[in-house]
Design a protein. Sequence first.
Length: 250
Amino acid sequence: MAGHSKWANIKYRKEKQDQKRGAIFSKLAKEITLAARAGADPEKNAALANALARARAFNLPKENIERAIKRATGELPGIKYEEITYEGYGPGGVALLLRLVTDNRKRAAAEIRHIFEEFDGSLGESGSVAWLFSRRGLVGISREAVAGRDLEELLMSLIDLGAEDIQEKEEEIELYCQPEALSSVKAGLEELGIPAARAEVTMVPQSTVRLEGKEAERLLRFLERLDDQEDVQEVYANFDIPDEILEKVA
């Protein structure tokens, strides 16, 4: 999973620095509106709390957040969004799960199909690749945030908080937990004086496909095209690509 995990970190950094802020803000607002339909109180709605945390990490203006919530509660007229999942295979036989939030199912389907066809990928039936992924909570901690701390002692504290798997990366320490434990793990970190660089529910591949060279670069271009599609909120894939190619394409 190393290659996919590093790509997710690179994508996250690029999004925060991206000049196409309007497109990113639009996706964040749609996510908030969708989540807020289940309740406008983030203390009682974990999905909304996670959407708000991500929005604030990207500096989504407060007024945008308020409008998105009011559209969900009916205080403002708004567009009706629905969540759709697509499954399929991309270049090199890499399995993909896509999560979309859209107001036009037909348009979204046509655009996703076109991107897959352009890169010789194939869309599958529901469940065709979902079994290759596990739903997990993920909290990322930057190395700078834990500088000077006793790592062994810290790791024990993280396990006590609910972390089931801890992976030490070059730039970040990743904590994996049950999705329902995500908020408590993040809150526990804050009590320890450690800010979370990111906290999200993600889909973790159980196995990976190794790609190198031109095929790896083509897959990354394919993933970027999917990310650029206005309705795509998340792209999960089970690839493993050498770091030097990830950095080159990024």
